[in-house]
Design a protein around this ligand. Structure first.
Ligand SMILES: *[C@@H]1O[C@H](CO)[C@@H](O)[C@H](O)[C@H]1NC(C)=O
Ligand SMILES: *[C@@H]1O[C@H](CO)[C@@H](O)[C@H](O)[C@H]1NC(C)=O
Ligand SMILES: *[C@@H]1O[C@H](CO)[C@@H](O)[C@H](O)[C@H]1NC(C)=O
Length: 548
C-alpha cells in the first residue's frame, strides 16, 4: 500500500542525508527543500486555490527518527507571507522554530527561510500546517512521523506498512474570502462542504490491503473545526499511539478524532480476499452529518464495497465520546523515545505548584464577534513576542496581563503572556462555558490528560483524576459546558503558543503564550535564557525588531 498524494507536476525535490557531529555524538541530519505554491484544484467538484508543498497536496511526509537534526528550507512562492508550524513536535529549547506569529516573522513572498531543529526525546505521529492568514483552509498541510530509534523496539509487531491518513473538513469558499469574512466579523459556516481523506473527495482514494497483513494507520484531523469519527467497515482499530505516547492496546470500532489530534491504529486485513471495504471519516457533532469516504481494496480488488456505509456512534452522543477519551491509557511498561519505560516518570509523585484555569468566551468588539480566554481576546502585536523578549523591546507585551483564573472582567483585546518558571509542575484547567466542543493545543509540550467531565471545575474534582496512567499528548478536547484538566512539567524553555485548534477561534483571539524561563530563584526576566538555544543566525526581523 502506498500513500497517495496529489502530484501536480513531476517531483524532483531533494532529500539529503548527512552525518554531523552534534554534542559529541554523530546524529543523522535530514536536509529538505520545500517550495510552497498554490494551484487551482477541483476538490468536491469545485475549483479552489489550494496550497501545495513541492507540488503536492497534502504535502510530503516528514519521515524522521528520534534525535534527527532537521533542516527544512521553505521557499515561499505564494503572493502572501507564509509560515509553517509543526503541530505536536516539541522543538526542545527552540521556540525560535515554532512558526507561529508569536515566535517568527513570516517568510515574505519570493523569500525562503530554513527551519533548523533537533527531535530530542520524542517519537510519534504529528502534522505540519500553515499558521498564518487562514491559509490552512487552502491545505498546505502534511504528515510527520518520528520513528523509534533502532535500539528501542516498537511495542507491537512490525506492521507490513505504515500509512499516513489526513482527514479534515473542507470548504469550497476560497481561503482569502473566508479570511475577509472573519475579519468583517461574519460567523464561519457551521457545515463544511465535505470531508477530505488525504486530499481526496469522497470515493476517490483507494488503499490496497494484502490479506492477512497488518497496517499502521497514522491518522490526523487536519481540518479547521469539525470533530470526526474514523472507522473501517468490518475492521477493528487497535489503538497503539497518541501524539507521541504509546497506549495500552485496545480495540475500537471507531475513534473520535478532534481537530489537531493524531492517533496510530493497527488494522489487520482479516476479512475476505478480493473484497472492498469503506473507510469513513464523518462529522460527529453537526447536523446533517458530513462524510468522507475512501475504499480499502484487498489484493487491489475492483469490486465495490457491499452494503451501506458503516454507522458511527449516535450523533451528539457526547457521553460516548467522553467515555472513549477516558479509556485511552498510557502504556507504563514500554519505552518510547527513551529505553526506560514511559511509566518511570511518576507524575503522581510531583507536587502541583500552580493552577491556571483558562475559560473560553465570546464577546463583541467594535460590532464584531471575537473569542476570549479569561476575558482577553488575543491580538497579535506587530513584533513577534519572542523577538520582543530577546531584544528587550519595551511595550510590545506585558507579561501576566491575563489572570491565572477567570475573574469576570469586562472583555478586552490584549496580548496574553503567562510567565511560567522552568521546571514548575503546573495544572491547567480548560473550562468550556460554550455549547460547542473546543480543542486546545500547547506547542512545545506534551501534557497528562488527568480528567474531563461535564460542569464547572473545582478543586474537589482532583479526587476523580487519573493519577496512574493518564495519556500524555499535546491536543485535547473540552466538551460543551465541560472542563478538561491537564498536568504539565514545564521542562522546555521558550515562548510557546497555547491555542484553540478551531481555526476560526484561534484567528479571532482564542490563544495565549507561555513564556517558560528561569530556574529556582533565577529572575524569570533574565534575558537571554542561558538554557535556551541561541537566536538562529538566519532569524528574520520584522516590526520593531527590524531596527535592532
Ligand atoms: C521512514 O524512515 C524509516 C527510518 O529511517 C525508514 O525505515 C522508512 O522506510 C521510511 N519510510 C518512508 C515512507 O520513507
Ligand atoms: C535560502 O536558500 C538558500 C539556497 O538554498 C540558502 O543558502 C539560504 O541559507 C536560505 N536562506 C535562509 C534565510 O534560510
Ligand atoms: C510535596 O509536598 C509535600 C508536602 O508539602 C512534601 O512533603 C514533599 O516532599 C513534596 N514532594 C516533592 C517531590 O517535592
Amino acid at each position: 500500500m502506498i500513500r497517495q498524494s496529489r502530484s501536480i507536476l513531476p517531483l524532483f525535490f531533494l532529500i539529503r542525508f548527512v552525518l554531523v557531529v552534534y554534542g559529541g555524538a554523530t546524529m543523522p541530519t535530514v536536509l529538505l527543500d520545500w517550495t510552497v505554491s498554490s494551484s487551482q484544484l477541483s476538490l468536491l467538484g469545485v475549483p479552489k486555490q489550494v496550497i501545495l508543498i513541492n507540488n503536492q497536496f497534502p504535502g510530503p511526509l516528514l519521515n524522521l527518527t528520534t534525535n534527527d537534526i532537521v533542516s527544512v528550507n521553505v521557499f515561499n512562492n505564494l503572493a502572501e507571507p507564509f509560515l509553517l508550524t509543526w503541530n505536536g513536535v516539541e522543538l526542545r529549547r527552540t521556540s525560535w522554530q515554532d512558526g507561529t506569529q508569536g515566535t517568527n516573522c513570516p517568510i515574505q513572498p519570493g523569500q525562503n527561510w530554513t527551519y533548523n531543529f533537533q527531535l530530542k526525546d520524542q517519537i510519534g505521529s504529528f502534522f505540519y500546517f500553515p499558521s498564518l492568514l487562514y491559509q490552512k483552509a487552502a491545505g498546505g498541510y502534511g504528515p510527520i512521523r518520528i520513528n523509534n530509534r533502532d535500539i528501542i523496539p516498537i511495542p507491537f509487531s512490525t506492521p507490513l506498512q505504515e500509512v499516513d491518513i489526513l482527514i479534515g473538513d473542507w470548504y469550497i469558499t476560497d481561503y482569502q474570502e473566508m479570511r475577509a469574512s472573519a475579519d468583517r466579523g461574519y460567523p464561519f459556516p457551521t457545515q463544511p462542504d465535505g470531508i477530505l481523506i488525504n486530499g481526496f473527495s469522497p470515493f476517490e482514494a483507494n488503499y490496497n490491503f494484502q490479506p492477512g497483513a497488518t497496517y499502521r494507520l497514522r491518522i490526523s484531523n487536519v481540518g479547521l473545526k469539525t470533530s470526526l469519527n474514523f472507522r473501517i467497515q468490518d475492521h477493528k482499530l487497535l489503538l497503539v499511539e497518541v501524539e507521541g505516547s504509546y497506549t495500552l492496546k485496545q480495540y475500537y470500532d471507531s475513534l473520535d478524532i478532534h481537530v489537531g489530534q493524531s492517533y496510530s491504529v493497527l488494522v489487520t486485513a482479516n476479512q475476505m480476499d478480493g473484497m472492498s471495504y469503506y473507510m469513513v471519516a464523518s462529522s460527529r457533532f453537526i447536523f446533517p452529518e458530513v462524510t468522507g469516504v475512501a475504499v480499502v481494496r484487498y489484493s487491489s480488488s475492483a469490486s465495490s464495497p457491499l452494503g451501506p456505509l458503516p454507522q458511527g456512534p449516535q450523533p451528539f452522543n457526547y457521553i460516548y465520546s467522553v467515555e472513549q477519551a477516558r479509556s485511552i491509557r498510557w502504556d507504563l511498561a514500554v519505552g518510547a523515545a527513551r529505553p526506560n519505560p514511559q511509566g518511570s516518570f511518576h507524575y503522581d509523585l510531583i507536587n502541583i505548584t500552580r493552577t491556571i484555569v483558562l475559560q473560553n468566551g465570546v464577546a463583541i468588539f467594535h460590532n464584531r464577534q471575537r473569542y476570549t480566554v479569561n476575558d482577553i481576546s488575543y491580538v497579535n502585536p506587530d513584533t513577534p513576542l519572542k523577538l520582543a523578549d530577546y531584544f528587550q523591546l519595551q511595550g510590545v507585551f506585558t507579561p501576566d496581563a491575563i489572570s491565572d483564573v477567570p475573574e469576570g472582567r469586562h472583555p478586552s483585546l490584549g496580548i496574553s503572556v503567562i510567565d511560567v518558571r522552568y521546571r514548575n509542575f503546573i495544572q491547567v484547567v480548560f473550562q468550556n462555558t460554550l455549547p460547542s466542543l473546543q480543542t486546545w493545543h500547547v506547542d512545545g509540550y506534551n501534557f497528562f490528560v488527568v480528567g474531563m467531565d461535564f460542569g464547572i471545575w473545582d478543586e474537589s474534582r482532583h479526587s476523580a483524576y487519573n493519577m496512574y496512567d493518564a495519556v500524555s499528548r499535546s491536543t485535547v478536547q473540552v466538551y460543551p459546558s465541560s472542563w478538561t484538566a491537564i498536568l504539565m512539567e514545564m521542562d522546555n524553555h521558550g515562548m510557546w503558543n497555547v491555542r484553540s485548534q478551531d481555526y476560526e477561534r484561534w484567528y479571532l483571539g482564542q490563544e495565549l503564550y507561555f513564556r517558560v524561563k528561569g530556574e529556582g530563584q533565577d529572575d524569570p526576566s533574565t534575558i537571554p535564557d542561558r538554557d535556551e538555544a541561541p537566536i538562529p543566525s538566519n532569524v528574520i526581523k520584522c516590526g520593531r525588531a527590524s531596527f535592532v
